[in-house]
Ligand binder design. Structure first.
Ligand code: GAR
Length: 216
């Protein structure tokens, strides 16, 4: 059955970003919000890493931040349950995984079913998991790219929202290819969050339809 992820355009969306590192995707999404392109606000930036540079950026930008140490929880489920509680407390509509290097548990997926997005630096379903750009380069593909998808219980397997491709050049290194892909990540992640906030994403089975895109 089709599931339309609609919200009233009058209400501003409440977005939480989960990150583990640099946070450039978080910055891109936040900047699109500040520029008025997305009818939503970031109400929490969360990290599993106390020292994540993205957390520091969020503090400098006056956003609420939270760090929970996975080591102080007995299980992965207990950790995710604590995160879910914090997200619910803040009435979060959409969770954006932006370089969040932890696999989330089914408990987390179910609590925010079809309301968790992830950015992956490959054209899924090719090259899931870690070091996707290195995998693409080693395989010898001529076109690489990135994917924004809804998160399900698998690793990088959820319904695809947007993808963008970039060429792989003869003298590319993992760094140069990653940089070219990252530029596109910032574009499509912000666009996907905007589409969600505009209520234009409909999930049909494993397919995400974008309303208003196929009109003449
Ligand atoms: C991005 O390239 C993102 O696609 C990748 O981590 C980087 C985070 O950069 N995510 C994954 O590989 C998830 N499997 P950022 O912290 O600057 O946004």
């Amino acid at each position: 059955m089709a599931q339309e992820l609609f919200r009233s355009p009058k209400k501003r969306g409440r977005v939480a970003v989960l990150l583990s590192g640099r946070g450039s995707n978080f910055r891109a999404i936040h900047e699109a919000m500040l520029a008025g392109k997305i009818n939503a606000d970031i109400v929490l930036v969360f990290s599993n890493k106390a020292e994540a540079p993205g957390l520091q950026t969020a503090r400098e930008r006056g956003l609420e931040t939270l760090h929970l140490d996975p080591k102080s929880f007995p299980t992965k489920e207990a950790y995710d349950a604590a995160i879910v509680e914090e997200l619910k407390k803040r009435q979060v509509d959409l969770v954006c995984l932006a370089g969040y290097m932890k696999i989330i548990t089914p408990l987390f997926c179910q609590a925010f079913r079809n309301r968790i997005m992830n950015i992956h630096p490959a054209l899924l379903p090719a090259f899931p998991g870690v070091e996707a750009q290195a995998q693409a380069l080693a395989y010898g593909v001529k076109v690489a790219g990135c994917t924004v998808h809804f998160v399900d219980e698998g690793v990088d397997t959820g319904p695809i929202i947007l993808q963008a491709c970039v060429p792989v050049l003869e003298n590319d290194t993992v760094e140069s290819l990653s940089e070219r892909i990252l530029e596109q990540e910032h574009v499509i992640y912000s666009r996907a969050v905007r589409l969600f906030a505009e209520g234009r994403l409909v999930i049909e089975g494993h397919r995400v339809r974008i309303l208003g895109q196929d009109l003449p």
